[in-house]
Structures are given as structure tokens and as C-alpha cells.
Design a binder for this molecule. Structure first.
Ligand SMILES: Cc1cc2nc3c(=O)[nH]c(=O)nc-3n(C[C@H](O)[C@H](O)[C@H](O)COP(=O)(O)OP(=O)(O)OC[C@H]3O[C@@H](n4cnc5c(N)ncnc54)[C@H](O)[C@@H]3O)c2cc1C
Length: 574
């Protein structure tokens, strides 16, 4: 079936919804999602969204700006970061007016709490900057925006899986999707396509990310010749539930929780004497793994404790009810009585589709754009998070840059023609899917996926090293070959989730190769990318963004300078 919309948005997380709301002011808008819209990963965001409202204590956008630059280990583009931090206050008030039920102070203002790396007076002491709705902040915002989009007549296509994004030369024409329930193809021609397809934490064994976070659209664009930026920077979050990876929000430490090693020490005092447990995530993850490596895990094992017993029970009930329940259900631990076993979990992709500050997708490191193609949210790299994102800056990124993209789209579509998608483009998708369905190969999706996730976790997570990365890349290539020989048990077309798994696995393999290869190229340590064999940050050679291009042979790397406007790189101490 063929459809035509002025704007087609892939993804119904916060970036997609906020962009849809804005774009709905001009022309027709369709939102496609492989999930039911309100099940996007954004709904699981717990701890908060950052803005220097100063409701609890003095705060300024300029301090937020500085913290974000420093948190990014000076790789974030400062023009974009300044826009985000300056716009944050307006964005929060707007969300409140759109119906988001934020938690309140006694005086009735939007309440705020501490989060890692957010400080006052340029690093002097932690500041309460995270606005929250208990520990269900993402849920509250997604539902408010979804309702607003319904009101504005945005058309949703739930459980439509994007199998291709049609780009020829410098123009995007629209997308090809598979309707999961029927197995039918739908072609969406558009004036503008916006990708808001979220992250890809599922390439790692232990992750806080939803099962759907597999990065399909990044892989599709990369195969279509669009470069991917800064893919070596993948954030691990310090406090995943041990053995499971389910997230315990940084808000738990924001409310006063502390990390404890096997000797009962509050070890973050040694690693970040000023802000201790509220140091940025990259530093806390390395600290935890160092404690474990040096034999100071709990009972010598490979985890530490997050201790929130000092937080009054009433506060836990009011502000952290969700994580309290998670601990009870998944670990059998009542966090008001017992410490919680935690270990770092793969959490957030700093890298992604390169864009300008209004979401236009770059097709090279020089800034040429693809007509009719935008990206926003976690899949995009503006880059406001550089080498390491600060907590509560991603939700902010989605609403600020989602809105900016929507605005820019509104301005552009008036003079644009609809894209034209020829039948041979549909044939590409059809052949791919037919070949997967008819293949009687011996390989199983689950085996290849587990192998990939184990290897990525072992060799490409918090600590990395040249020889391991090389071995990893070789094994990913072998896994890619094995993936050509997958045989599905379910050969039908209707609601074939095994087919979706097979498509997602191919994308995960593509992205893993780019992540590992980008990590091998960057011979320094910065933010979340820590090379054991090059442990220092090297601004002379590496203060630049990586652009990875697909070529016939090896991946081609080119580089782009970092936008530095106000804060010169300095040593990062907390
Ligand atoms: C457990 C958890 C807690 C978090 N807590 C916080 C927090 O407190 N504060 C904060 O700032 N950040 C937090 N983050 C990060 C933040 O939530 C995410 O980065 C952000 O919500 C991503 O939003 P998004 O709109 O870019 O994508 P998502 O919400 O991930 O949505 C992606 C969308 O793309 C669609 N999609 C993807 N591929 C396809 C395809 N092939 N076809 C069709 N549709 C497709 C999906 O269906 C989905 O609708 C948290 C993340 C996690 C995992």
C-alpha cells in the first residue's frame, strides 16, 4: 500500500513525539513505530530532566552549559550545548503546560534533585537541577505528548517496522515499512523524513535498554552511505541491578544514596573528592570496575553495593517508588533495609547520525546536508553529549532538538515536492525479507546474538585495548557471515517476530562493527571511551569528531573539528 505525508517520523519516543507535535502545525504528519507508541524506551526514563530552574537553590543556564561541556570531556559542540541549556527552562515550563505532572516542592514549584555532574559555580558543589515526576519521568512526558499529538491529528502507525529509508544522492524520498501484524509492505513518500529511532544498547550483553533498542535506522542509513559520528562513545551507567542490567536511576544517589565496596568503604571519596557519588557516569563506572579488579568487590565478587538505607522510607515511597519495587521483584532486596548489588550496565549512545542544530542530517564531515532528512533524539549526534552524557540531559535533548527539528521542517516543507519511491526500491526490501524467510540455513538467531553481545561486553565496554578490539572486529565479521545462514522456524508472514529478530540482528552486527572499529581508531582515552593502552586524553591529536563511512573495503574514517565557543579544554577533576 502507498501513503503520502508531508512529514514522516520514525519513532514515537520523546524526540519523535515532540517533533511531531511541532511539525503538525504545517501539513500532514505520520509517526511510524515498530512498537505500540507509548512503549518506546523513553517511557522507562526514571530519574529526571535537567534545567537550571533554580527552584530549590540558585542555578543558572551558564553553569548547566559548563557542566555539560566538562561532562562531555570537551568533545561536545559548545554552540549546540549552549542552545540546549538556555532553552531548557522554557522547555520544562512548556511540558508542564502540556500536562506533565512533575513532582512538587512544598511551595508548589517543580521539584528538583541532584544528578551526576551537575554543579553550581562551575564545579564548586552539586546542585539540584533534575526536574522529575517521581521515578517515572519519561512515562509522564511520553503520555502527555502522545495525547497532545492525538489532539493535533498526528496519524500513528503502530507496529510498523521500517525496513528501508530511500535516499538517492542527496535527497531522502521516504521510507518502506513492514506492517508486523499482516506482513504487508507499506510505502511512505514524504517531503521530509525525521529519524527518531532511539539507541542501540542491545548490542551489549548487560544493558538497561529495551529489547527494541537495536539501532535499525542507523544501520540502514550507514548502508545507504550516510556517515555515523562518534560511535566509539557508548555510555555505561554505574548502577544496573547485578546480573540483570535493569537500571537503578542516578536519582537514587541524587537523593543521598552512596556506593560501598566489599570493605564497607565509600570509595567514590577517593576518585572524586568534591562531588563523590555524583561524579559523571564514565568516572563512576571505572571506579567500580577498579574496585572489583583490585579485589574490593562485595565478598571479593564482581559487584558493589548501592546503599540507599539512609533515605527516609517516605522519600523512597514518594520519589523512588519504581526502583524500590524493581529491587524487590528482581533481586528480592528491600532497599530500605538492605544494600542493592549493582554493576555497570550499557545505557546510552552518545554517537549517532550527524546533524546540525536543527536536526538536518549531514552526509559528510564538511556539513553537506541530505535534502528532506532530519534526525533527533538518541539516534542523532548534534553533538551535545560529546564523549560522555550527563544524567537528565537526554530527555532534555529529545524535547529541545525534537522541537527545533519540527520547527525547521515546518519552514521547509512549503517549498518541497513529495519524494518519489520507485518499485525497484520496494523490491530491495522484498528480496531481503524473502531471502530470510526462504533460507534453510543452520544458524540460530539467538546463538549469534548471544555471541555478539558477550564479545561486545567483554572487549568493547568500559575498558578497551587494541589487541582485544582487533580480535572483536574479526569475530564480528565471522558472525556476520554466520548470520547469512540463519534458518527461521517460522516461515509465515503474519506477526512473524522471528523475522523481525533476524532483521534487527543484521543491524546490530553492522553497528557493532562500526562501534568497535571507531574505538580501535581513537588512540586516546576520553569520556566513556577508555583505552587501557592509551590511558591519557590527547587534545593535540584527538579533539575531533569521528565520522565513519561505509566503503567497499574497510570502514573509512574522517574527522571534524569540535565547536569550542566559550570553555577551553581543561583537566577534568571533580
Ligand atoms: C532505563 C532508562 C532510564 C533512563 N532515564 C533517563 C532519565 O532519567 N533522564 C534522561 O535524560 N535520560 C534517561 N534515559 C535516556 C533516555 O530515556 C533516552 O535516551 C531517550 O528517551 C531516547 O528517546 P528517543 O525519542 O530518542 O528514542 P526512544 O524512546 O528509544 O524511541 C525510539 C522509537 O523508534 C522506534 N523505532 C526504532 N527502530 C524502528 C524501526 N526499524 N521501525 C519502526 N520504528 C522504529 C521505536 O518503536 C520507538 O518508538 C534513560 C534510558 C533508559 C534506558
Amino acid at each position: 500500500m502507498r501513503h503520502q505525508f508531508d512529514t514522516v517520523i520514525i519513532g514515537s519516543g520523546l524526540a519523535g513525539l515532540r517533533a511531531a507535535l511541532e511539525a503538525s502545525g504545517e501539513g500532514s504528519v505520520a509517526v511510524l513505530s515498530k512498537l505500540y507508541p507509548t512503549r518506546s524506551h523513553s517511557t522507562t526514563a526514571q530519574g529526571g530532566i535537567g534545567a537550571a530552574l533554580g527552584n530549590e537553590e540558585p542555578d543558572k543556564p551558564e553553569w548547566h552549559f559548563y557542566d555539560t561541556v566538562k561532562g562531555s570531556d570537551f568533545l561536545g559542540d559548545q554552540d549546540a550545548i549552549e542552545i540546549m541549556c538556555e532553552d531548557a527552562i522554557r522547555a520544562i515550563i512548556e511540558l508542564e503546560h502540556l500536562g506533565v505532572p512533575f513532582s512538587r516542592t512544598k511551595e508548589g514549584r517543580i521539584a528538583q534533585r541532584h544528578f551526576g555532574g551537575h554543579t553550581r559555580d562551575f564545579g564548586v558543589a552539586p546542585v539540584r537541577r533534575a526536574c522529575y515526576s517521581a521515578d517515572r519521568t519519561g512515562h509522564a512526558i511520553v503520555f502527555a505528548l502522545y495525547e497532545q499529538c492525538q489532539l493535533k491529528g498526528v496519524k500513528f502507525f503502530p507496529e510498523f517496522f521500517v525496513s528501508d529509508i530511500v535516499i538517492d544522492n542527496t535527497r531522502c524520498h521516504g521510507v518502506i515499512t513492514l506492517e508486523i501484524s499482516t506482513g504487508e509492505f507499506h510505502i511512505f513518500s514524504s517531503k521530509v523524513t525525521l529519524i527518531a529511532s532511539g539507541g542501540y544498547g542491545r548490542v551489549f550483553k548487560t544493558t538497561s535498554n529495551a529489547y527494541a533498542s537495536t539501532g535499525d535506522c542507523l544501520s540502514i542509513l550507514y548502508n545507504r552511505g550516510i556517515p555515523l559520528e562518534d560511535m566509539e562513545f557508548f555510555q555505561f551507567h554505574p548502577t544496573g541491578l547485578y546480573g540483570l542490567g535493569i537500571l537503578i536511576t542516578e536519582g537514587a544517589r541524587g537523593e543521598g544514596g552512596i556506593l560501598i565496596n566489599g570493605k564497607g568503604e565509600r570509595f567514590m571519596e577517593r576518585y572524586a573528592p568534591t562531588i563523590k557519588d555524583l561524579a559523571p557516569r564514565d568516572m563512576v563506572c571505572r571506579a567500580i570496575l577498579t574496585e572489583i579488579k583490585e579485589g574490593r568487590g562485595i565478598d571479593g565478587k564482581d559487584y558493589v553495593y548501592l546503599d540507599i538505607r539512609n533515605i527516609p522510607k517516605r522519600t523512597l515511597q514518594e520519589r523512588l517508588p519504581e526502583i524500590t519495587t524493581f529491587c524487590k521483584i528482581y533481586m528480592g532486596v528491600d532497599p530500605s533495609e538492605q544494600p542493592i548489588p549493582v554493576f555497570p550496565t550499557a545505557h546510552y549512545a552518545m554517537g549517532g547520525i550527524p546533524t546540525d542544530i536543527d536536526g538536518r542530517v549531514f552526509m559528510d564531515e564538511k556539513g553537506s546536508v541530505v535534502n528532506g532528512l532530519f534526525a533527533a533524539g538518541e539516534c542523532a549526534c548534534v553533538s551535545v553529549h560529546g564523549a560522555n552524557r550527563l544524567g537528565c540531559n537526554s530527555l532534555l535533548d529529545t524535547v529541545v532538538f525534537g522541537r527545533r527539528s519540527g520547527k525547521a521542517i515546518r519552514g521547509e516543507i512549503r517549498d518541497m515536492e513529495y519524494g518519489r519511491i520507485r518499485n525497484n526500491e520496494l523490491e530491495r526490501s522484498r528480496m531481503l525479507i524473502d531471502s530470510i524467510l526462504t533460507n534453510d540455513g543452520k544458524e540460530k538467531i539467538a546463538n549469534i546474538k548471544t555471541d555478539l553481545q558477550d564479545r561486545m561486553m567483554e572487549h568493547c565496554s568500559v575498558f578497551r585495548e587494541e589487541k582485544n578490539l582487533k580480535g572483536l572486529i574479526d569475530s564480528i565479521r565471522i558472525l556476520k557471515e554466520r548470520a547469512e545462514d540463519i534458518g527461521l522456524k517460522d516461515k509465515t508472514r503474519k506477526f512473524n517476530t522471528e523475522l523481525i529478530d533476524a532483521l534487527e540482528l543484521k543491524h546490530m552486527l553492522t553497528l557493532s562493527e562500526v562501534i568497535a572499529s571507531s574505538a580501535l581508531e581513537r588512540k586516546e582515552s576520553r569520556g566513556a571511551h577508555y583505552r587501557v593502552d592509551c590511558p591519557k586524553r590527547d587534545d593535540t591529536s584527538w579533539l575531533k569528531h569521528t565520522f565513519a563511512f561505509k566503503t567497499e573495503g574497510a570502514i573509512e574514517f574522517r574527522y571534524k573539528p569540535v565547536a569550542i565557543t566559550k570553555f577551553q579544554p581543561e583537566e577534568r577533576q571533580y
